[in-house]
Design a protein around this ligand. Structure first.
Ligand code: ZN
Length: 607
């Protein structure tokens, strides 16, 4: 919808430009003709008036000029007034026509526009996800609704990093910038959607004005507040003003590198999202937060110290908990029927007990715990009969596990060093990810899979690992139209006919198996954007759809691609300096399996 609107508006703009150019040309020709006829004064007169042309009013001026010059009448006040009134009328009617055209475009577009029909809080949320403030402003071209949505969406994002230059951190410039922005914009506002501030250091110069800025945001009923102070020393961390902890309008609070007043009252009765990162949070404070935020839905404690035992049972809306490498976390006790997603990452040297009661609704579990033994894992997984997503990361004590689940759809096993052949019976598993030295999953049932990612980093037994891998890959041949993408050292190879890899190209190889051809195009697009490889090879038949797609996209590209005209960040096509294509017909050399296959390699030289 939006691209259609843009295209229509662009067409109109370019049409207007063309007509103005055409008229200016006519003017110049007439001017020359008049000069040749000895009408010097009329020439000057017309040049003067042509300068006044605004937005395509040339044609109307032209009539005036020829009329006035024929009679050789000097331009007196009366005629000047007449000219300017005609000009004003013309501009007004042009503007009217322009607005009518825009409204017509919106009429065409609006019946197809489902997004604009969403409630305003959701539209505000969509705007809050846009990273660049300019993109937020751009949404106003979409429709009338977005114009009003944007007008009611006030968001401040102050980042001191942007003021960091080789000469220093410029706290003075940053302070002036924040104060000017708030002074010019804040007064007219009734409320603010989002206020985000990032400081590079909690210096005395900054923390005093910072308190005033946060107070100002709280007084304007800010809904989402993010305070980020990059200070490693706990003692020198920024002391959060108590007013923040009693702001009943806040729905989201994200704090990084902040300290808290131990005697502060916490009353955040509308808070839905709480994230505390890099802070000292003792047991009492955590309990105060739990009591003071009764509606919290999403709780994240990241790199926090001093928590001790954590017990959560009273937050009936809480559906997501993330505990990420919190030093001093002794035990976790959770009794919540509302819990849907739980993430718990620990480091080697820390030991923490886990206990869940009544969490049958849990759907996503992510664990990184080097001390999680087989028995503990089996006890744990029994408590989640509705689990759909399981991530086991660096669980180095796991050796032999059993996963029997009809609900499990996604399974990731990342660098669990000692895991031997696990027993997995998950008939609905659609996504699988594995990273490690060798494949322990050669007996797994893959019939329901839609995608699989394998990251193999072999140090020894390369032949044995390759044999296991081939055995695993053979299962995919019987289950639909799979494509295999192998990447290693900035070289990517896509095998369209199912995988007959003859050797591992290096000690580290990433393999991705993808089922849908449409997904494959998106995947390749993404791969080129993210990794900018040196080579991209395609082993396919000569009539492959993907080959046509890549040929068109890469070899037939324009010198100055127009695809990202309206975006600050351009796609990968804009960064190709040079590219060459080599085709090898491999039939005879590779035997029957590769008969009629060709290997097309694109060699990239990036800017
Ligand atoms: Zn582009």
């Amino acid at each position: 919808m939006f691209s259609k609107t843009k295209r229509l508006m662009n067409d109109n703009r370019s049409k207007r430009k063309r007509s103005v150019k055409k008229l200016l040309m006519i003017n110049r020709k007439k001017l020359k003709a008049e000069r040749a006829a000895g009408l010097g004064s009329s020439g000057e007169c017309s040049r003067e008036l042509v300068k006044q042309n605004v937005d395509g009013v040339v044609r109307d001026c032209q009539t005036l000029i020829s009329g006035s010059c024929k009679k050789r009448v000097s331009v007196n006040r009366k005629s000047k007034r007449k000219i300017s009134s005609v000009l004003r009328k013309t501009i007004r009617s042009r503007k009217k026509r322009k607005m009518e055209k825009i409204d017509k475009i919106e009429e065409i577009v609006e019946p197809m526009d489902r997004i604009s029909e969403l409630p305003e809080p959701i539209l505000h949320h969509i705007l809050s996800l846009l990273r660049c403030p300019k993109d937020v402003t751009r949404t106003t071209v979409w429709s009338k609704k977005w114009r009003s949505t944007w007008a009611s969406f006030f968001s401040f994002d102050f980042d001191q990093k942007k003021f960091k230059t080789s000469g220093g951190k410029h706290p003075d410039k940053f302070i002036t910038f924040v104060e000017n922005s708030l002074a010019t914009k804040l007064e007219a506002m009734h409320s603010i959607q989002k206020f985000k501030i990032l400081l590079l250091k909690a210096s005395i110069k900054l923390i005093h004005p910072m308190k005033d800025w946060i107070n100002a945001a709280i007084n304007k009923n800010v809904k989402e507040l993010e305070v980020h102070v990059e200070e490693n020393s706990l003692k020198r961390q920024y002391l959060l003003p108590n007013i923040v902890l009693t702001s009943t309008n806040l729905t989201s609070l994200r704090l990084y590198g902040c300290r808290f007043d131990n005697n502060a009252t916490i009353n955040l009765c509308n808070l839905k999202e709480l994230s505390i990162k890099n802070a000292y949070v003792n047991g009492d404070l955590i309990n105060n937060f739990i009591q003071g935020c009764p509606l919290v839905e999403d709780l994240r404690l990241i790199h926090c110290k001093g928590i001790g035992p954590l017990h959560i049972s009273s937050l009936h809306k809480l559906h997501t908990i993330q505990l990420h490498e919190c030093h001093g976390l002794k035990s976790i006790n959770i009794e919540l029927t509302s819990l849907v997603s739980f993430m718990y990452w620990m480091k080697d040297q820390w030991i923490c007990g886990l206990n869940f009661v009544g969490c049958e609704n849990l759907k996503a579990l992510s664990i990184k715990d080097p001390h999680l033994a087989d028995e503990m894992f089996q006890d744990l997984i029994m408590k989640f009969p509705n689990l759909e997503k399981l991530v086991l990361r660096e669980c180095n004590s796991l050796e032999q596990i059993m996963i029997l689940s009809k609900t499990l759809r996604e399974l990731s096993v990342i660098r669990c060093k000692d895991l031997k052949v696990p027993l997995i019976d998950a008939p609905n598993l659609s996504a699988f990810e594995f990273s490690g030295e060798r494949m322990p999953f050669s007996h797994m049932n893959v019939s329901a899979l839609n995608e699989a990612k394998l990251h193999l980093k072999t140090k020894k037994n390369r032949i044995e690992v390759f044999r296991e891998l081939k055995h695993f890959l053979q299962k995919f041949e019987k289950n639909g139209d799979w494509k295999l993408i192998a990447s290693s050292n900035k070289n990517i190879t896509i095998h369209e006919e199912l995988p007959k890899i003859r050797h591992l190209s290096s000690n580290e190889i990433k393999l991705e198996l993808i089922k849908s051809p449409t997904k494959l195009k998106d995947f390749v697009d993404n791969l080129l954007r993210m990794s900018r490889p040196n080579t991209l090879s395609l082993v396919s038949s000569s009539c492959s759809e993907l080959l046509k797609f890549l040929n068109e996209k890469i070899m037939s590209r324009e010198k100055y691609p127009k695809c990202c005209t309206y975006y600050l960040k351009k796609c990968w096509l804009h960064y190709i300096k040079d590219v060459s294509m080599v085709v090898l017909f491999e039939g005879a050399e590779l035997g029957d399996a590769y008969h009629n296959l060709q290997q097309t390699t694109f060699n990239f030289n990036w800017q």
